[in-house]
Write a protein that binds this ligand. Structure first.
Ligand code: GRF
Length: 232
């Protein structure tokens, strides 16, 4: 009898260990809002988060449309995804600008021109200035691959490995002047396994990013719609 109990417990444990991902806050349903929110996505890299936003819209989990993808790097893979899914995109190369402010202004002009309501930094490798932050107060969010406030800044995954923490993860937060510092919207925990390399850990963190970013967008979009109604 004792033996049976132990086996049962072990099985239960191993089941839970395989699924050790924790998202918080986790409501049972993705927040619903209307009408559709207009998104502007800023990206500099592979665009996997961008792609998952598109998929969430396609499978009707997210009531949104992507008005524009803005990239600063003309060679980034996010552009290929925009072409594949027929999403309008524009390259605003910071190297063609004389200053960071000039680049920010061009980005902001494009967002305004298209009446973007919510701006999502999905792997945007640029620090945004106060002009954009003020213009999109509570409507500008970023995804970062750590459990903030730990491991801010660049190479957060390597920082977590170097510090020998056993749990890391990802965070979606509002953007404010100090890098990776605004209020937290949602986080997911990802355990670091003994045999993990930076790449294997990155893969598991990204899986969770792809889940929490659409959830965060829906959360903020619902807030935007609620505030708008309150003002009427
Ligand atoms: C993500 O890991 C995100 O946390 C960080 O940049 C990466 C972007 O990945 N800010 P992708 O371009 O969406 O694949």
């Amino acid at each position: 009898m004792k033996q049976d109990n132990r086996e049962y417990t072990d099985k239960k444990l191993s089941y839970h260990l395989n699924d050790l991902n924790l998202i918080s806050p986790l409501d049972s349903e993705i927040p619903l809002f209307e009408p559709k929110i207009k998104l502007g996505i800023l990206a500099s890299g592979n665009g996997s988060n961008f792609e998952y936003i598109i998929k969430s819209i396609q499978n009707k989990q997210l009531n949104a449309e992507i008005s524009i993808l803005i990239v600063n790097n003309p060679n980034c893979l996010a552009i290929k995804k925009a072409i594949k899914y027929k999403i309008p995109y524009v390259i605003i190369n910071h190297r063609d600008c004389d200053s960071r402010v000039e680049h920010d202004m061009l980005v902001m002009k494009k967002l305004e021109e298209l009446s973007v309501e919510l701006v999502v930094m999905a792997g945007w490798m640029r620090i945004v200035g106060k002009e954009i932050i003020n213009m999109y107060k509570n409507r500008l969010i970023n995804i970062h691959p750590s459990i903030l406030p730990s491991f801010k800044g660049i190479d957060a995954i390597q920082q977590a490995i170097d510090h020998r923490v056993t749990i890391t993860g990802c965070t979606v937060h509002y953007v404010q002047k100090e890098v990776d510092s605004g209020s937290i919207i949602i986080q997911a925990a990802v355990p670091i396994k003994k045999q993990d390399t930076k790449d294997s850990l990155k893969k598991r963190i990204q899986k969770m990013e792809h889940i929490i970013l659409p959830l965060a967008i829906a959360t903020v979009a619902k807030d935007i719609r609620t505030n708008f109604k309150d003002k009427k």
